[in-house]
Design a protein around this ligand. Structure first.
Ligand SMILES: [Zn+2]
Ligand SMILES: [Zn+2]
Length: 306
């Protein structure tokens, strides 16, 4: 299961009700901040998340509405001893701009009390443990070097306690070895195989997060059968020409992608102040009914859907 907390859902400039792009994906002890628009610090506090363990920052691209909040956030972190190292992931051009912002403007040669690692993205896995994998994929938007993020939970076989009990498998390392796929021999000489105590495979949840995007045909494959797709919807179809010229999507385009790729739920963000939420929702739902237009501080859970 993944959990997502939306911190900023406005496009380009904040509105009274919406901050600039930022969201946090949580999975077990991991936290990933995706984009960090101006005002993200305060949104983090207001959401109740705070700054704890917030040391992995993923950037979709280098436009100011997605990165300016890093200045304030890093300034706070540099005086806050609980975080002594952060990793910032982004495309080459994004990182150049962020490096200038942080090193030339915010820190200006001050000795760093925290270590900042700039990690250049390319398509492929970024992070993995035994429960999930996070990878980056290219997205087409104004300027090169834009990325989206795929969170894929690994499938697992549940441990059947009753079965293990009936077979007399003691609690402790023996059970851990069975879960890890090893056979064990009990004290009385009986061989127990993993299949004796593990249930049928449960597939993992798939979450895809796309920032700003100017087209969708190159996203169909990566988005395929996602349990949740989070993507921008900056324009309505009536302004499709403008959407095209600024390399953004209409709500209808986002919904068509969700339908074409067999997505389970669609979450639209990066909303322009020029529209009413309801109009964005109506346009998308006419094509893909399972659509939500998210607001700041919305929390969603992403689980494997049948
Ligand atoms: Zn943007
Ligand atoms: Zn942009």
């Amino acid at each position: 299961m993944f959990e997502v907390i939306f911190l900023g859902t406005s496009a380009s400039a904040p509105s009274i009700h919406r901050g600039l792009s930022a969201s946090v994906v949580l999975h077990q002890e991991h936290r990933f901040l995706i984009d960090c628009g101006e005002g993200t610090q305060r949104q983090l506090l207001q959401s109740g998340l705070g700054f704890k363990r917030l040391n992995k920052i993923l950037l979709t691209h280098g436009h100011l509405d997605h990165i300016l909040g890093l200045g304030g956030l890093v300034s706070t972190f540099s005086r806050w001893e609980a975080i002594n190292r952060i990793e910032i992931y982004g495309g080459q051009l994004t990182l150049e701009r962020v490096r200038d912002l942080l090193l030339k403007v915010v820190l200006r040669g001050d000795k760093l009390p925290l270590k900042i690692e700039f990690i250049s993205l390319k398509a492929g896995p970024i992070f993995e443990d035994n429960t999930f994998q996070l990878s980056a994929f290219p997205v087409t938007h104004r300027g090169a070097d834009c990325y989206g993020f795929l969170f894929q939970e690994k499938s697992r076989h549940p441990f059947l306690n009753d079965q293990a009990e009936a077979l007399g498998v003691p609690i402790g390392p023996e059970r851990r070895r069975l879960v890890a796929g090893e056979e064990i021999v009990l004290a009385d000489g009986r061989l127990i195989r993993p299949a004796d105590v593990l249930g049928p495979e449960i597939p993992g949840a798939k979450l895809v997060v796309v920032g700003d995007a100017g087209r969708t045909d190159d996203l169909v494959e990566v988005v395929h059968h996602a349990d949740a797709l989070i993507i921008e919807a900056t324009y309505l179809s009536g302004d499709a020409e403008m959407a095209r010229s600024f390399s953004h999507l209409t709500a209808a385009q986002a919904a068509q992608l969700a339908r074409q790729a067999g997505v389970k739920r669609l979450y639209l963000t990066h909303l322009s102040r020029r529209y009413r939420d309801q109009d964005v929702l109506n346009e998308a739902r006419a094509i893909f009914p399972n659509t939500v237009v998210v607001r700041d501080f919305d929390r969603i859970k992403v689980v494997k859907e049948k």
